[in-house]
Design a protein around this ligand. Structure first.
Ligand SMILES: Cc1cc2nc3c(=O)[nH]c(=O)nc-3n(C[C@H](O)[C@H](O)[C@H](O)COP(=O)(O)OP(=O)(O)OC[C@H]3O[C@@H](n4cnc5c(N)ncnc54)[C@H](O)[C@@H]3O)c2cc1C
Length: 524
C-alpha cells in the first residue's frame, strides 16, 4: 500500500486531459505550491515509550514483531481520509505510534493489552489502515506512549463448517484474500466495499462496513454470526446460534466499536456459495428523483438485485460510476442505475426479468450490459484517481449518510447546499448505493480547489455538513463509522444517556481507558 496514498503504486493513474481542464476551468484548481514529500524525508517524533515496556512487549510477541523503525511507524499513522493523505503528503507524521506490535494469537493480544493497561500505554487496533473517519489517529496525550496493534498476523481461514455455511476467519485477512481462500471452496462472503483490496475483516466488523453488493448479501454486520474479542479484562466469546432470544445481543456492542472496547481476534461469518453467474447492466432515468422512486419500489416490493446503485445527474455526467471513462462528459445523460444480479443462471434470469419490468414501468431505459460491466471493471479504481487529483491541487473527499425514504430528498438537497455554501463552487456528486425497504444511503463525492490550508478548508466544510446531516434526520454514517471525526455528531444522535451507556461499557472492559482513546465514545 502506498504510504501516503492508495493502493499499489504500480496502479497509479494519469488524469485525462479532459479532467485536468475541467479542474482548471470549472473549479479553478492550480498546482499545489509544494509537491508531496518522499517517505525518506518524513521524521516522526521521538519514541516516548520506555525501553522496558518495549522489552515487555517483545517478551510477549517476539522481538521481530515489535517495530519502532520510522517506516513501520509512518505506515501506521492515521488512515486514508483525504485530510490524512494531505497531512502525510506534506510530511506530517504527527500521531505516529511509538511502536507497531504484531501479536500472533488471541492469547498474545490479551497479554499485550495487559502490558499496555499496566503501563497506561494507548493501543490502537490496526487492520488495513483504511479508516476514513480518524479511527486510527490516537492522541498520546496523558499516556505513556501509543502502540498500533496490527492484527495482520491473524490472517488464517481457521475453520469451515459447510453444513452450517459458517467460516471462522482471522481479523487480519484483507477482503480480497478472504474471498480467495473461500473461493477455493466454492464459497463467498459477498462483501465488496471499495476498499476491499486492503481493508480487513476485523476492520469491517469494527467499523460496521457495507459493501457494494449489500442489496444481495447484506452489510458486514449481517454476516457476523460470532466473534472472539480480547479486552483488557479478558475474553468475550459471542454468538452461539443463528438467532437467540437470550437477552440483548452483545455482538452489536462490538460491531462498530472501532477498537474502543476490545480487539476482535476471530470472526465466525456466514458464507454463501459463489454465484455461477454475474450479470451487470445499466439503466437510464431522466432524473435522480425518478431513479430513486424505482430503487425504492424494488427495495419495498422486490425483486431486489444483488447490486443496485443510482448516480445523480452530476455523477452520471462526469462518469464517476465508470472510472475508465471519467471525464468524457455525457451531456443530457440523465441518471445512471447499475443493477447487478448474482446467483444460478435461472435465478439471475428470473430476477433480472422481473426487476427489468419494474424499472421499465417506472420510466427507466435499459442501456444493456456495457455500463454495468464498465462499473464492475472500475469498481475499485476511484481511490487511485484521488491521488492524481490531490497531486493536481484538487481536494477530493467523500462523505455518506442514510435516512428513511421520506427524508432522503431533503437530506440530499441540504447536504449539497451545505457543501456549496462552505466550499464556494465545488463539484458535488452523489449516488445511492445501499437500499432498504425503509430508506437508503446517500454517498457524496466532492471536488474543490485547494486553499492554502486544505485540511482546515475541508474540516470547516465537514463540520457544517455533519450538523446539517443530523439536523435533517440523517445518520452521521451509513458505513464509514464514527472514529474521531464523527464523534460529536454521533453524541448528538444517541443523546446524553446513550453516551453514558457507552462510557459505562468502556469503563468495564477497559478500566484504564487505553483502547483507541478519543475514538467513538462521546466525552462526558
Ligand atoms: C478508498 C476507500 C474506499 C472505501 N470504501 C468503503 C466501502 O465501500 N464501504 C465501507 O464500508 N467502507 C469503505 N471504506 C472505509 C474503510 O475501508 C472501512 O471502514 C473498513 O471497514 C476499515 O477496515 P480496515 O481493516 O482498514 O480497518 P482500519 O482502518 O485499520 O480500522 C478501522 C477502525 O477499526 C478498528 N479496528 C481495526 N481492526 C480491528 C480489530 N481487529 N478489532 C477491533 N478494532 C479494530 C481501528 O482501531 C479503527 O478504529 C473505504 C475507505 C477508503 C479509503
Amino acid at each position: 500500500m502506498l504510504w501516503s496514498g492508495w493502493g499499489d503504486p504500480a496502479g497509479a493513474v494519469e488524469l485525462p486531459e479532459a479532467v485536468r481542464s475541467l479542474l482548471r476551468d470549472l473549479l479553478g484548481v492550480r498546482a499545489p505550491s509544494t509537491p508531496a514529500v518522499g517517505l525518506e524525508e518524513v521524521r516522526p517524533a521521538e519514541v516516548v515509550l520506555a525501553p522496558s515496556v518495549l522489552d515487555e512487549l517483545r517478551a510477549v510477541v517476539g522481538a521481530g514483531h515489535v517495530r519502532s523503525d520510522d517506516e513501520s511507524r509512518i505506515r501506521h499513522t492515521r488512515g486514508k481520509s483525504t485530510p490524512d493523505l494531505i497531512r502525510l503528503r506534506a510530511g506530517d507524521a504527527s500521531r505516529a505510534p511509538d511502536a507497531v506490535v504484531l501479536p500472533g494469537s488471541h492469547d498474545e493480544v490479551l497479554r499485550v493489552l495487559r502490558v499496555c493497561s499496566g503501563h497506561r500505554v494507548a493501543v490502537v487496533p490496526f487492520g488495513g489502515g483504511t479508516s476514513v473517519v480518524g479511527g486510527l489517529s490516537a492522541d498520546g496525550h496523558g499516556f505513556a506512549g501509543v502502540v498500533a496493534l496490527d492484527v495482520g498476523r491473524l490472517d488464517r481461514l481457521v475453520s469451515l463448517d459447510t453444513e452450517s455455511m459458517v467460516a471462522e476467519l482471522g481479523p487480519g485477512l484483507r477482503g480480497a484474500e478472504a474471498e480467495r481462500l473461500l473461493g477455493e471452496h466454492g464459497l463467498t462472503l459477498g462483501h465488496f466495499p471499495q476498499s476491499f483490496e486492503y481493508a480487513t475483516l476485523g476492520g469491517f466488523a469494527a467499523a460496521r462496513s457495507s459493501g457494494q453488493a449489500s442489496a444481495g448479501y447484506g452489510g458486514f454486520g449481517d454476516m457476523v454470526v460470532g466473534m472472539t474479542v480480547a479486552t483488557p479484562r479478558g475474553t468475550l466469546d459471542l454468538g452461539r446460534a443463528p438467532r437467540s432470544a437470550a437477552g440483548p445481543d452483545l455482538r452489536q456492542v462490538i460491531l462498530g466499536s472501532e477498537g474502543a472496547f476490545g480487539v476482535i481476534t476471530s470472526l465466525r461469518l456466514r458464507v454463501r456459495r459463489s454465484p455461477a453467474e454475474r450479470h451487470y447492466e445499466g439503466w437510464r432515468f431522466a432524473s435522480f428523483s425518478e431513479g430513486a422512486a424505482a430503487l425504492r419500489r424494488l427495495a419495498q416490493d422486490g425483486p431486489l438485485p444483488t447490486v443496485l446503485r443510482l448516480s445523480d445527474e452530476t455523477e452520471t455526467m462526469i462518469g464517476l460510476a465508470r472510472p475508465e471513462e471519467i471525464g468524457e462528459p455525457v451531456a443530457g445523460a440523465g441518471c445512471l442505475v447499475v443493477a447487478g444480479y448474482e446467483g444460478g443462471p435461472l435465478e439471475v434470469a428470473e430476477t433480472r426479468e422481473r426487476a427489468a419490468a419494474v424499472l421499465s414501468e417506472l420510466g427507466g431505459t435499459c442501456l444493456g450490459t456495457e455500463p454495468g460491466q464498465a462499473w464492475a471493471r472500475g469498481r475499485y479504481a476511484a481511490p487511485y484517481l484521488r491521488d492524481a487529483l490531490l497531486a493536481e491541487g484538487a481536494t477530493v473527499e467523500t462523505l455518506e449518510t442514510a435516512g428513511f425514504w421520506a427524508v432522503l430528498p431533503r437530506l440530499y438537497e441540504a447536504v449539497r447546499a451545505a457543501l456549496t455554501a462552505s466550499l464556494g463552487a465545488p463539484l458535488v456528486m452523489c449516488h445511492i448505493s445501499h437500499v432498504y425497504a425503509t430508506g437508503a444511503s446517500l454517498y457524496f463525492t466532492v471536488v474543490t480547489a485547494q486553499e492554502e490550508d486544505p485540511v482546515a478548508q475541508w474540516e470547516r466544510a465537514k463540520r457544517v455538513v455533519s450538523e446539517v446531516i443530523v439536523a435533517e434526520g440523517g445518520t452521521i454514517s451509513h458505513h464509514h463509522g464514527v472514529g474521531r471525526d464523527h464523534r460529536e455528531a454521533y453524541a448528538v444522535e444517541i443523546g446524553e444517556l446513550g453516551g453514558e451507556i457507552l462510557r459505562g461499557i468502556k469503563e468495564r472492559l477497559d478500566p484504564e481507558g487505553v483502547l483507541n482513546p478519543g475514538a467513538l465514545i462521546p466525552s462526558s
